[in-house]
Write a protein that binds this ligand. Structure first.
Ligand code: UDP
Length: 269
């Protein structure tokens, strides 16, 4: 479909939100089973430590960049592709970080977040055969999310919701519930890497599911437990700052994404 771009040894697809939605819907109606992911900088740092997780990400049918840090890394790595000098790399690294909010050209077409993808898939599933199941998040959130989605997009079909846990001891019960509902599209909200590991262990045991997607905190956003940053902040790549104000406990994760990740990209380039 399009060129794959690797960042910290994880492949990405260069797609717009509408191309990613179309691809996801095609996968959801394929004969084979597929899963997709929306890696962000924290996820890549986790994958760099966890080989099993990295392999799972590299075997997915679609990886979209969830986070300005991924867009930045693709552009930076492209800009130094013919450079061996560390000094030049360092200067380009500094320049690319300073000019990040204003940079227009991008190697990866655009940021495609789990939250945007879920909304678009649901919107495009109105009056189709697609049957969607929402798994994960805190108790009651998936159900609330389903009610909101069904009132926003009348004619889409949500065939089940369940919080459950990503604990393997809970898997048999969860796969039985999913098999009764027979969805072809499954959204899993257990956060990374738990959701991707869950999908990789269980996909073969839920044969009606043709597309499974790990979508992180998406249900919390749709159910209104968390707010997305205003569009202007998203455009400037400052969604992480907005999230920090809402969830100060994420400071370590945000530090990893905004400081550790760019340094690691520079030193592994
Ligand atoms: N979550 C869950 N069970 C767990 C861990 C996480 O249901 O054991 C849910 C959590 O309630 C949230 C979602 O997973 O709705 C994503 O969590 P997180 O904020 O860590 O992920 P991110 O948005 O950063 O991908």
């Amino acid at each position: 479909m399009q060129e794959k771009i690797k960042i910290l040894k994880v492949k990405f697809d260069s797609v717009t939100l509408s191309e990613a939605t179309k691809k996801a819907l095609d996968l959801g109606n394929d004969k084979k089973q597929h899963y997709i992911a929306t890696p962000n900088p924290e996820i890549l740092l986790e994958a760099a430590k966890n080989n099993k997780f990295k392999k799972i990400l590299n075997k997915s049918s679609l990886n979209t960049p969830d986070g300005i840090g991924i867009i930045w890394a693709a552009n930076f790595l492209h800009s130094i592709r013919n450079t061996n000098s560390f000094m030049i790399k360092l200067l380009k690294w500094l320049y690319s970080l300073i000019t990040l909010p204003f940079s227009k050209k991008s190697i990866l077409k655009e940021r495609v977040t789990g939250a945007d993808l879920v909304l678009e898939i649901c919107k495009s599933s109105v009056n189709t055969e697609n049957k969607i199941f929402l798994l994960g998040a805190a108790k009651g959130i998936a159900k609330e999310t389903a009610e909101i989605l069904e009132s926003k997009y009348p004619g889409m079909k949500i065939v089940g919701t369940y919080a459950g846990t990503p604990n393997p001891a809970n898997e048999k019960e969860i796969t039985q519930i999913i098999n009764k509902a027979r969805p072809n599209i499954l959204f899993v909200a257990y956060g990374a890497p738990k959701q991707e590991l869950w999908i990789s262990r269980n996909l073969k045991n839920i044969p009606s599911v043709k597309l499974a997607a790990g979508i992180g905190g998406t249900f919390d956003f749709i159910a209104g437990k968390l707010k997305r940053a205003p569009k202007w902040m998203q455009k400037l790549g400052l969604e992480w700052l907005y999230r920090l104000f809402q969830q100060p406990s994420r400071i370590k994760r945000i530090f990893n994404a905004s400081v550790v990740f760019p340094i690691k990209v520079l030193f592994t380039s």
